[in-house]
Design a protein around this ligand. Sequence first.
Ligand code: CMP
Length: 153
Amino acid sequence: MPLKVERTLVLLKPDCVMRGLIGKVISRIEERGFSIIGLKLLKMDRSTAEKLYEEHRNKPFYEPLLRFMMSGPVVAIVVEGPSAVSAMRQMLGSTNPLDAQAGSIRADYAISNRKNIAHASDSIESAEKEINIFFKESELTSYVRPSEAAYLT
Ligand code: CMP
């Protein structure tokens, strides 16, 4: 059965930007075969951070998480390709980098479970909601990379 093409939001966190790792993470996304169909660098305000992390509102780490996410620039990326939602979560690895699978982005670049390099949507529904927080539909450009298309399904 062909894999379903999905879109997901990947957000490179301030630690990723400040440590000069934007290019490395983007390369890994491209090398896996996914298309980047939306991309922007921004500084999140409180209302944007609250929307993104709504589900964690009552958790003890919520306020420090919001402060960290507003502390510096982030890069919002819309990634498209077969099973993009689960593939990006797999590539990031577990939330706590010390539990993340060897070879995953968090295992390779992070130690802290707050400063853990990037966020990726956890379902197709959250992906749609999270993409809409950062992008208008007119800012996304869907395309298939011609040389790779035949090898992805
Ligand atoms: P992310 O994928 O962005 O989704 C929610 C974030 O909350 C998570 O990555 C972590 O950065 C953060 N988080 C989750 N659990 C903890 C924790 N126990 N302590 C600090 N931050 C956490």
